[in-house]
Write a protein that binds this ligand. Structure first.
Ligand code: DGL
Length: 250
């Protein structure tokens, strides 16, 4: 099985990390649109256009399945990509909602959804959660976390004060949907801020989803990973080395 993994930039590497940890694929082709990141501040039509162009890029590689490792793209372009592709296309939002449902049966828990401006504006998580019967949902745009993570800041004063800025009026949270693939890198700090609340992580959620729905349970010993980017591919490769470390084979 050869999977194509797409994100607006480096954030989707957190999804690659989960795929590698669970040894789901023999080959991973990653493409980050680093020339045009961030997508989270762009409008719907632009996000769809960029996503269709990414699908074109993957046509060179004969992938078996296309994973959208970006919440923003999943929120706006999943339907269009499903229409255009002749292979399965999987986004991260539905798997995230399923992962939350698997962890929390009670419908009156307090859920916090955080993501980019575009993801939150789409209401995708909130709509699905409400249709599954969850009633207490707060959704907020926390776009500043994206450049903070890209700067390699995973703790300390800048992150703490940004969390205070976004979360100052929010209390008693039971579950947090990390609705952006950059956020797993600061998962621990966000969870701690809310007294150890459970975080739902797009990468782990999609692994469960792929195992259940696409028979991805082969347990490959070795996965080859190729990285591509629309700008500064060496920069993306060095972030990948830092974040994925020993999970990458030569
Ligand atoms: N990684 C993207 C996501 O999951 C956010 C970064 C961006 O704004 O492009 O939504």
């Amino acid at each position: 099985m050869r999977v194509g993994v797409f994100d607006s930039g480096v954030g989707g590497l957190t999804v690659v990390k989960s795929l590698l940890e669970h040894k789901l694929f023999k080959e991973i082709i990653y493409y980050g649109d680093t020339a045009r990141v961030p997508y989270g501040v762009k409008d719907k039509n632009t996000i769809i256009r960029y996503a269709v162009e990414a699908l074109e890029f993957f046509k060179n590689f004969e992938i078996d399945i296309f994973v959208i490792a970006c919440n923003t793209v999943s929120a706006y372009a999943l339907d269009r990509l499903v229409q255009e592709a002749d292979i399965p296309v999987v986004g991260v939002i539905n798997p995230g909602v399923i992962a939350l449902k698997n962890s929390f049966i009670k419908k009156d828990i307090n859920i916090l959804v955080i993501g980019t401006k575009a993801t939150i504006r789409s209401g995708s998580y909130e709509t699905q959660l409400k249709s599954d019967g969850y009633t207490n949902i707060i959704s907020i745009q926390t776009g500043l976390f994206v450049p903070i993570v890209e700067e390699g800041i995973f703790d300390g004063e800048v992150l703490d004060s940004t969390m205070r800025y976004y979360f100052k009026d929010i209390n008693n949270i039971d579950a947090i949907i990390l609705g952006c693939t950059h956020f797993p890198l600061i998962e621990k700090k966000i969870s701690e801020y809310f007294g150890g609340a459970k975080c739902i992580h797009s990468g782990d959620a999609i692994v469960e989803y792929l195992q259940k729905n696409y028979n991805c349970d082969k347990n490959f010993d070795k996965t080859s990973v190729q990285f591509f980017a629309s700008d500064n591919p060496d920069g993306l490769k060095s972030v990948a080395k830092e974040w994925l470390g020993d999970l990458l084979h030569e």
